[in-house]
Design a binder for this molecule. Sequence first.
Ligand code: FES
Ligand SMILES: [Fe+2]
Length: 365
Amino acid sequence: METIKQKYLTNTWYVAALSTDLDGETLFKRTLLETPVVMYRKDDGTPVALHDRCPHRFVPLSMGRRDGDQVVCAYHGLAFDCSGRCTRNPHGNGKIPAAAAVRTYPLIERHGFLWIWMGDAPADESALPDYSRLDEGHANGIAHTYMKRPCHYELITDNVMDLSHVDHLHGEIITTRGQLSPQVPKLNEVDGAVGVRWEWEQTPPILIFNDFLPEPGKTARHFLEVTWTAPTNIQLTIGATQDPAAPLALDSTIGQYDLHACTPENEDSTHYFFATRRNHHEQDGEFNRMKIAGMHAAFADEDGPILDAVHQNMGTTDFLSLNPVLISSDLGPVRVRRLLRQRIDAEQAAAATPPSGRPALVQAG
Ligand code: FES
Ligand SMILES: [Fe+2]
């Protein structure tokens, strides 16, 4: 019998929502890894996440109402606290059935995002990489955004790991003027993280930085680096300088540090979150709003339609099964796909093996 391949890495942290999505009142619902989840803030502000399904007749709890830190189901009024325990049954003698419990999910708040752990293994806070660079600087120097796309999440990861497409796909604001494609990107793998880096010169400089350089319009050296960590998180650093002695690093260039994170809704739909922290013109709130709106539009109008069409055209989520033509720019994305698959397979194998080391399930034939 053929084993069904596990679709997603689950013992890991995914972005579930922006911090600003939970306003303290509403029950916020979102499907993550094919599981409906309801999130809200307790009265003290702590965010919590529960399976969005009443164990009685499976109504979404998000259709119910808050009662302090508890949720009351809209259909027959069972109440649940945020540990998932049923605390009130208004029916009959009021006895609470032993099975009346809702699964909860560990949720932590970092860098303007809420991160959820969907797997069965104990949540491990130390498994969330350090993205604290997002927190360093003025409040108007960072912005977050979210969009949902009708494509498989790995297509978005591929897209960010292979930025040679910026030469071809993107318009005047972020074009790299054909400078990335001739390069064979440098791959750097450390502790399961995969980095890809490009360095180049262009004239005029990339327009998002041009006006902040000493000589707008004149040649500048640029660098761009992406670093993936499982499951779907990519740190992106980009900078430009006209100082011939400056190292190509964020602290010595006009640049920005971004985090891109994808969470599968299902195999055909992805929640895409990103945040950007810039190191220039940090205090201008209006500029900040324009900046994130421009980044959002670049993806929504330029990358998004391509990835949606790719998803439709492939007719499968197993990219490598189609024997794609691979070119030098695919080094990073393909490495990431293989590493992620290894992690998912390892998780699946561990789940099938009890602590005693004996297989949990022996399948015939
Ligand atoms: S479905 Fe929730 S109380 Fe009946
Ligand atoms: Fe793009």
